[in-house]
Design a protein around this ligand. Structure first.
Ligand SMILES: Cc1cc2nc3c(=O)[nH]c(=O)nc-3n(C[C@H](O)[C@H](O)[C@H](O)COP(=O)(O)OP(=O)(O)OC[C@H]3O[C@@H](n4cnc5c(N)ncnc54)[C@H](O)[C@@H]3O)c2cc1C
Length: 460
């Protein structure tokens, strides 16, 4: 349990209203979007300005109290499950968009800004911030940076790391560290901004983020390719990539996911299709027409039964909203939803999809598969009930096999959801023992008392 003296110090700095000690409040921050056991923190604090954030970090370090920063808690790898009795630091009140610079094409934000609100503010200024995790209506930019979040547009536009020009963060002494900033180029000092991206709150606490903005595409065309054969759809993905066309988005949905999403969103998805590819090309209008025609041709050549091109923006948005609802729709089916994001080289998508079918049959599990197929980043989603211990055992075996297959195909444990607590024990399989020890030495040097989000990524 967090010491009373520390709670008193928090109250002095932040005010009583921003220090939550009631059991019900603490319980609300004991879990996140991963299927892992909760751990109830001793106190939850809500800094309302950046200087308060720095002071909280220093107080935790002085007291040796484990600290977990939490944006919106939408991460799927247990990154915000705190140490029992430790401190949870909420960034929700640090939600200012400090600057959107339309001359130099960057923005400066506090870490608690909601991703979709930021993207809309940028759009209103005639610019574009492409990273768009499915959770963007809720997730924070601090959480996106700390997880190096991806999204639907990763194929053409890259992921969060490709937009981080600089960060400010607090080290464990509450010292403000500045890395990178407003310039497109900056090689002054170590690439500490790069170190912070994807560090899941284990190396420092982000207080300000500089993000690159780009001009929006002048035109876009979205289409839905309908297949009555899963393998044909997956081979089409590889064919589009191999033809050197780079759609903004290239998403896959299997039949189970299509039916579940349609029941939830009524977007007009063809429930009889064995698989769907949702594809969007964007850019210069002439190029868009040309690429769209080539994509259509490739889809037909590889067995698409039908292709529906969105007539207007409303139709296009409807389909993308349905796709973004995939996880929420699947999550309604059963009490426990295990969403994985093992990722393979793009040419191996057909092998991965086939292997997933085999794993579902072998372990007698319901697995809906959808995801960013153009990135090789599929989301096999196991629908189960954790209370059924016999079934849960099969789920654990299936998950391990999904990781093994992805790695044997030259892939990775996580394309975008991070390692957190959920996959820490598997990381050595993908890397080496030396990699884990090196990461631990780095953490020990930067966080000697081990207070920053202990246990995440490299274990303890
Ligand atoms: C429905 C749904 C759809 C999703 N779709 C996608 C997707 O398409 N692509 C994708 O990549 N992810 C996706 N996710 C996962 C998740 O939304 C992302 O990982 C997102 O980046 C988490 O943001 P958050 O604000 O919720 O962060 P949190 O979950 O609160 O935190 C994530 C990590 O960041 C750390 N952190 C947060 N703020 C700071 C800070 N200021 N300084 C240091 N560390 C910090 C936390 O300690 C934690 O380790 C999805 C999740 C859901 C529930």
């Amino acid at each position: 349990m967090t010491a009373n003296a520390l709670i008193k110090d928090f109250q002095d700095i932040l005010g009583k209203d921003n220090v939550l000690v009631a059991e019900t409040d603490r319980y609300a921050y004991s879990y996140d979007s991963a299927v892992l056991d909760p751990a109830v923190p001793g106190v939850v604090v809500r800094p309302t300005d950046v200087s308060g954030l720095g002071k909280v970090v220093k107080l935790c370090n002085d007291a040796g109290a484990p600290l977990t920063v939490r944006g919106s808690g939408t991460n799927l790898s247990g990154g915000t499950i705190p140490k029992a009795g430790g401190v949870v630091v909420l960034t929700g009140a640090l939600n200012k968009i400090l600057e959107i610079n339309t001359e130099d094409l960057y923005a400066r934000v506090e870490p608690g800004v909601i991703t979709a609100k930021f993207a809309a503010a940028v759009q209103a200024k005639g610019l574009f911030y492409p990273p768009d995790p499915g959770s963007q209506a809720v997730s924070t930019l601090g959480g996106n940076v700390a997880e190096n979040a991806g999204g639907l547009r990763g194929l053409k536009y890259g992921v969060t790391k490709d937009y981080v020009m600089g960060v400010h963060f607090f080290d464990t002494d509450g010292e403000l560290i500045k890395a990178g900033g407003r310039t497109v180029k900056c090689v002054s000092g170590l690439n500490l901004a790069g170190l912070m991206v994807g560090s899941e709150g284990t190396l420092g606490v982000l207080s300000e983020i500089f993000l690159k903005l780009v001009p929006p595409p002048a035109a876009a065309k979205a289409m839905m390719a309908i297949f009555d054969d899963v393998e044909a759809a997956s081979r089409t993905v590889s064919a589009i990539i191999a033809a050197k066309i780079v759609p903004a988005t290239l998403e896959f949905l299997d039949n189970f996911t299509i039916r579940t999403v349609e029941e939830f969103s009524h977007a007009g998805l063809p429930v009889e299709a064995k698989a769907l590819l949702l594809i969007e090309v964007d850019g210069h209008p002439g190029m868009v027409e040309e690429d769209a025609a080539k994509v259509e041709e490739l889809c037909r050549a590889h067995g698409a039964k039908r292709i529906q091109v969105a007539k207007d923006a409303a139709e296009r948005n409807k389909v993308w909203e349905a796709r973004r609802a995939a996880l929420s729709a699947l999550a309604r089916v059963s009490p426990t939803t295990v969403l994985e994001d093992a990722t393979v080289p793009r040419s191996k998508v057909p092998d991965m999809i086939k292997a997933l079918d085999g794993i579902a049959a072998k372990y007698k599990l319901t697995i809906g598969t959808f995801g960013h197929a153009g990135d090789g980043n599929l989301h096999p989603t196991i629908l189960t009930d954790k209370r059924n211990t016999e079934e849960w055992h099969r789920v654990e075996e299936a998950v391990t096999e999904i990781f093994d297959v992805a790695l044997s195909l030259g892939g990775t444990l996580s394309g975008e959801h991070g390692i957190g607590l959920a996959k820490a024990k598997y990381l050595e399989k993908e890397t080496t023992r030396g990699t884990i020890l090196y990461s631990r030495r780095l953490k020990k040097a930067l966080d000697p008392k081990g207070i920053l989000n202990p246990g995440k990524i490299m274990g303890e």
